[in-house]
Unconditional design. Structure first.
Length: 215
């Protein structure tokens, strides 16, 4: 019988790649950290510039990355993106508990069948998700289903039409237990770091965490 594959990025294994506005990498059954945000959460020019910088940087730093290169990526892109999102630009629709509940229900609907959710944070302008893909399900399909279904429900609630989310998303494969625990802490403490008042955010976490199952 085959051993259960590691949930962490394996630099020796093949990497499935696809592009939208941003490049995306995945391996089957890996833990993934994904961020996506409302369409008005970042100015168009800011999004375009950051995406161009990220793609140029990636071409100069092919994977697998060392810890130092990984840290540089986080500083140049992930931390900048999250700081901008935490600034709360745009409508901030998701500070409304009725609307954030719609997103929470959408994120958890296929938990256990298409993915295994570990932790999530719904902020006023964006969403952070830490989860593990299950066999035969692709990252882009899972994220698309979250965004498509929640957008439909949000538009119904708001009696509006049109795009809700930015078309693309940011993702990272989890590389080690330490990386996983740090990411989980980041997701669950994001509202406190952004100094959001109670009721303006939602967090959810699996108990026990997925990482606690890994020996």
């Amino acid at each position: 019988m085959d051993a259960t594959p590691s949930p962490f990025f394996d630099p020796r294994a093949s990497i499935a790649q696809h592009h939208n506005r941003l490049p995306h990498w995945q391996q089957e059954q890996r833990l993934q950290f994904v961020t996506f945000h409302l369409g008005d959460a970042l100015p168009v020019e800011t999004r375009r510039q950051l995406a161009m910088e990220q793609e140029t940087w990636r071409t100069r730093h092919p994977e697998p990355w060392s810890e130092a290169v990984e840290a540089e990526y986080r500083r140049l892109f992930s931390e900048r993106l999250h700081d901008w999102l935490d600034a709360g630009l745009g409508s901030g629709l998701l500070r409304d508990p009725n609307l954030s509940q719609i997103v929470l229900d959408s994120l958890l609907h296929f938990d256990g069948s298409r993915f295994r959710m570990d932790a999530l944070a719904i902020m006023p302008t964006h969403v952070h998700v830490l989860f593990q893909l299950v066999p035969d399900h692709k990252l882009e399909d899972v994220v698309h289903s979250w965004k498509s279904y929640s957008a439909k429900r949000l538009n119904e609630k708001l009696r509006s039409t049109g795009a809700v989310w930015m078309k693309d998303y940011w993702d990272r494969m989890i590389r080690s237990p330490e990386h996983g625990w740090k990411t989980r802490e980041y997701v669950l403490t994001n509202p406190a770091r952004a100094r959001l008042p109670e009721g303006h955010f939602r967090i959810w976490q699996r108990t026990p965490p997925l990482l606690a199952e890994i020996r």
